[in-house]
Design a binder for this molecule. Structure first.
Ligand code: MTE
Length: 325
């Protein structure tokens, strides 16, 4: 839906549901063997990376921070994406993100720090030992995945630049380059995509600076060459293809807060009882689960903090999570 006055567009539930039904129908056709005859839309996977085709990114599993739930199939993780810089349909990023070149790539870390630095991506890859973390990934649109990310805690990077006592929040920003990111020619959001965390959230061990998934470097459509992953928050907090991390004193205004302030709060913790977007967050559909594209698989109950309450609830003690959503 496009709001002409404000110049943004955003999927509303009535638009999301038919798209999911369309995708499920495609999977149903595939399961029935009709995909091979060209009945299902084969073009949707045209540009999709295949497992084993990207450079490996070895890492040892951090079992303490990983869920043991079944993984979402690789094919789904790399073909069902939100990355509006490459289009607003779920299949657009996989088709269009080939224009993104991830070398050379630098990340500026600045603001309220004693040692501001510009890191080359290859130096960042060596900054701390890579870990595999299997996290739940919950999108505000009502779907979820389980993804084996590869990376290290954002805190490792933030410690390296020595935050000052004034650093209260972290703002992180995606590349701005309409030539490499054609979706930025469309005023669907105020570019570049920017998101933020409170300092204690950013320093929490679960907050991951991810460089890969499934043991390989990130496919472009998933946010190459590096992105944020905050598993107890809705997926849109996980900014992709980051070029700047700025430590600041005041709470940043994020892209989604700028676009639809009544729908998107700064915290955006997964919470089944809070639905500012006016569509329920009580349940979710786990992508890739069940036969026939999950058509007959019951939706799962969404958990507060996406099930990470034991680790993160303490961060929000005394806060009214209904007001500060
Ligand atoms: N980052 C950028 N730069 N642009 C985006 O459009 N979409 C967000 C987030 N990060 C987005 C982004 C949303 S809405 C979600 S749900 C997740 O990325 C999706 O991540 P995935 O495609 O790897 O599942």
């Amino acid at each position: 839906m496009r709001d002409r006055q404000r110049g943004f567009s955003h999927p509303i539930p009535s638009e999301i549901t038919p798209q999911e039904v369309w995708r499920e129908r495609r999977q149903l056709l595939k399961a029935a063997g009709l995909g091979a005859l060209g009945v299902a839309a084969p073009e949707a996977r045209a540009g999709v990376a295949r497992a084993g085709t990207l450079p490996a990114l070895p890492a040892s599993r951090n079992a303490a921070l990983s869920t043991t739930e079944p993984l979402t199939p690789y094919d789904d993780v790399v073909s069902y994406n939100n990355f509006y810089e490459f289009g607003t349909d779920k299949s657009d990023p996989a088709k269009n993100a080939g224009t993104l070149r991830t070398r050379p790539w630098t990340v500026v870390v600045e603001g309220e720090v004693h040692r501001p630095r510009t890191f080359d991506i290859d130096a960042l890859l060596r900054l701390a030992p890579m870990q595999e973390r299997v996290y739940r990934h919950r999108c505000v649109e009502g779907w979820s995945m389980v993804i084996p990310w590869v990376g290290y805690s954002l805190s490792s990077l933030l410690k390296a630049v020595e935050p000052t006592g004034n650093a209260k929040f972290v703002e992180y920003t995606t590349l701005l380059d309409p030539a490499r990111m054609p979706g930025q020619s469309d005023p669907v959001l105020q570019w570049p995509y920017h998101e933020g965390l409170r300092m204690d959230e950013a320093m929490h061990p679960l907050t991951l600076l991810a460089f890969g998934l499934y043991g390989e470097v990130l496919p472009n459509q998933d946010g190459a060459p590096l992105r944020m992953v905050i598993p107890w928050k809705y997926g849109f907090k996980g900014g992709k293809s980051i070029v700047r991390i700025r430590l600041v004193e005041r709470q940043p205004v994020t892209s989604w807060m700028q676009s639809v302030p009544s729908w998107y709060g700064f915290y955006s913790n997964v919470n089944p009882t809070v639905s500012p977007q006016n569509w329920s967050q009580a349940t979710e559909r786990r992508i890739g689960e069940g036969r026939f594209g999950g058509l007959f698989t019951p939706r799962r109950k969404t958990e507060l903090f996406n099930g990470y309450g034991a680790q993160v609830a303490e961060l929000y003690r005394g806060m009214d999570l209904r007001r500060e959503f």
